[in-house]
Design a protein around this ligand. Structure first.
Ligand code: 7RM
Length: 655
């Protein structure tokens, strides 16, 4: 049955709200706004009732005695409880008789496939947990996981969680330098990687990057290498071992560690407004309950769903909505190794058809790429198994939304636009698909237990329709606990704008129904294809190049990526500028961060606009690139002459 546009709720602007169809609503876990509002209200007034009931669906070795101990800005959830996340993802389902159910339906980029049951996944995780323990990895040891999108990435994460080791997954597209920084910051002792991985028909040199990252670093005691492509790699005797050798002799039984609720679970590095990525620390019980509950309600999971999240496990979306959320819920999920356009843009749709995917969760940047590629890649595929669509990572523009809704969802499937962050651990603002009227580009309503507000500079709520800072006014279970090794930065970054309230760094607008639309980042963080990159991170990579004196990086709107990376560079010696320098700098940034950080445009200039105190005025550069003019306040600029040259450079005319 088609969704009906519900114009009675529409605002003064053009796009109307879409209400869930009666069919969808009737079978949903939450089937009306009245029910949502009652539950939301209850979850804020009586968090013990709401979170207690959700948490009791999971397994606890020892129950909690207090739901929350909050000494702003530090939270402890489920105090005194003992549990285990891997046990809850696996053993709990085996005990319930679901051992034969498929946990992962995996497809490799070359087309090889594997179906892994909960029982088999459990077995692999137990073996690897034993391998790690006999390698001297214990509770709180840090383990770097640098893997392709293969089931072993999930196995590695769960094995760490099972023994209480702290994993730090490094996205497979990141460079050797990025791995080295993360090893050093986390103090990791062991790395789990693969020989190489597949990406667009080529191999990605994972092991080689690991070798480069640890060549001068002795704290890594062991590197476990999974053979994915059988590409020959160098193995250092005494340090490097093969996954298959280790697993062959490991016992398949393992008793899950009974871990404290606040036992550290993982560190995931994310970009902020300085050059150094932040190690976001999540802990066991709160993260478990948060991902379990959000996954269940937002995707309205049913036992026969086939769920597919197209993220990479190297990002928070892969942690929460590939590894933990779906497995906690005992769902069958699809995992795909490669690129969306390999061998062509029909790949995703052939996967949806083959595995009869019912829930599909992807990023707006991917949707825009599919639109550009053309509908001929879709028309031959049967997408009728889909019942729910989702987006994450950036605001979805209305044109992309309508295409997704009509062409992929056949105007039948609700779209959940899910707003959240690495820091929040789980979805914070999203529709509940059986209840919430949705509007293109609007993340809509806060999830249960989430007290979201849009505030002005003085901490007062903005009136409906007026943009302000998006804050979360109460702690929530899956919140970050600190920045690893830098609690001061944790306080400064997230808790210093308004006392006791979490600052998201995003601007937002709330309407009179409480629907929240995200405007974008308010800090120096870019969102390139749904991935976070700090302008300062790219700037520090650029100035590390021997010819570069200074650099300023800004974002500019980009049709496919959301934001493009635009750099202004001054050279130590103007004569060193050569026709190939742009591409050399692009490669250099790619080497020091990863390919996703390669600049789209580099302008060479003899000077940058600065304040008298020497701060680069990025807002002027941004205005120039985005509008072709500079009209902003120029009263604080040190040397207005640089603007003429910049205008000429950007607009391509001589001054
Ligand atoms: C899950 C994730 C977080 C930043 C966040 C926003 C942006 C994410 C949406 C969104 C508009 C959305 N974690 N963002 N989801 N903006 N609508 N549905 O992406 O830590 O990598 O990025 O991404 O700016 O602050 S993240």
């Amino acid at each position: 049955m088609n969704q009906r546009p519900n114009n009675s709720l529409s605002l003064s602007d053009n796009d109307s709200f879409y209400s869930p169809s009666d069919d969808f609503a009737q079978q949903a876990r939450v089937s009306s706004m009245t029910q949502y509002r009652q539950m939301h209200e209850m979850s804020l007034q009586k968090p013990e009732l709401f979170w207690g009931a959700e948490a009791r669906e999971l397994h606890w070795f020892t129950p909690w005695n207090q739901l929350l101990n909050w000494e702003s800005p530090h939270a402890q959830w489920f105090t005194e409880a003992k549990t285990n996340l891997a046990f809850n993802c696996l053993d709990r389902h085996l005990e319930a008789g679901l051992g034969e159910k498929a946990a992962i339906l995996w497809e490799g980029e070359p087309g090889d496939t594997r179906a892994i049951s909960y029982k088999e996944l459990h077995q692999e995780v137990c073996k690897l947990a034993n391998v790690l323990q006999s390698s001297g990895i214990g509770a709180e040891s840090r383990v770097i996981i640098y893997m392709p999108m293969i089931p072993e990435a999930t196995v590695a994460m769960l094995a760490c969680a099972r023994i209480g080791a702290v994993h730090s997954v490094v996205f497979g597209g990141f460079s050797a330098d990025s791995i080295r920084d993360r090893i050093e910051d986390s103090g990791a002792e062991l790395v789990i990687t693969a020989d190489t991985g597949w990406r667009r028909g080529k191999t990605v040199p994972l092991k080689e990057n690991v070798d480069k990252a640890i060549s001068s670093n002795s704290q890594i005691k062991k590197v476990i290498v999974y053979q994915r492509t059988n590409t020959p790699v160098s193995m250092q005797a005494g340090r490097d071992t093969w996954w298959h050798d280790e697993m062959a002799s490991a016992p398949g039984q393992h008793e899950a560690a009974k871990l404290d609720a606040e036992h550290p679970l993982f560190i995931l590095y994310t970009s902020g407004s300085t050059g150094k990525p932040k190690g976001i620390l999540h802990t066991t019980a709160g993260y478990m309950v948060g991902t379990y509950t959000t996954c269940k309600y937002v995707f309205d999971l049913r036992k026969d769903d086939v769920y597919w999240c197209t993220a990479d496990v190297g990002w928070i979306t892969g942690h929460s909505y590939i590894t933990y959320g779906p497995l906690l819920n005992g769902v069958t999920q699809v995992m795909y190794e490669g690129a969306p356009n390999y061998p062509d843009f029909s790949r995703f749709w052939s996967i949806v058809e083959t595995y009869k995917v019912s829930i599909f969760y992807t990023a707006p940047t991917a949707i825009r790429a599919f639109i550009k590629a053309g509908d001929e890649f879709i028309k031959d595929h049967d997408l009728s198994s889909l019942r729910l669509l989702g987006t994450v990572g950036e605001p979805i523009n209305p044109a992309a939304w309508h295409w997704y809704y009509e062409t992929i969802g056949n105007s039948r499937c609700p779209i959940v636009d899910t707003w959240w962050q690495t820091e929040t651990g789980a979805i914070m603002i999203a529709p509940l698909p059986g209840a919430t009227p949705i509007r293109p580009g609007t993340a809509t309503q806060p999830f249960f237990g989430i007290d979201a507000a849009v505030l002005d500079e003085n901490g007062n709520p903005c009136p409906p329709g007026v943009a302000g800072k998006l804050v979360i006014q109460k702690p929530w279970p899956s919140m970050l606990r600190t920045i690893y090794g830098d609690d001061d930065r944790y306080r400064d970054t997230y808790w210093s704008d308004y006392p006791g309230k979490y600052t998201t760094g995003d601007g937002a607008i709330m309407d009179e129904h409480g629907n929240i639309s995200i405007v974008g980042r308010l800090d120096d963080v870019l969102n390139v294809s749904g991935h976070r990159l700090g302008t300062a991170e790219i700037e520090s990579a650029l100035v590390a190049h021997p010819l570069v004196a200074e650099a300023a990086v800004i974002g500019a709107p980009h049709e496919l990526k959301g934001e493009a990376i635009v750099c202004f560079v001054t050279l130590k010696a103007a004569e060193s500028q050569s026709p190939s320098l742009s591409s050399e700098l692009r490669e250099h940034v790619g080497q020091s961060i990863g390919a996703i950080a390669k600049p789209d445009q580099i302008y060479f200039t003899s000077g940058l606009p600065k304040t008298r105190s020497g701060k680069i005025m990025r807002r002027l550069l941004k205005e120039l690139v985005n509008t072709g003019e500079i009209t902003g306040n120029l009263s604080t600029i040190e040397d207005p002459h640089v603007l003429e040259e910049l205008k000429a450079t950007v607009l391509g005319v001589s001054s």
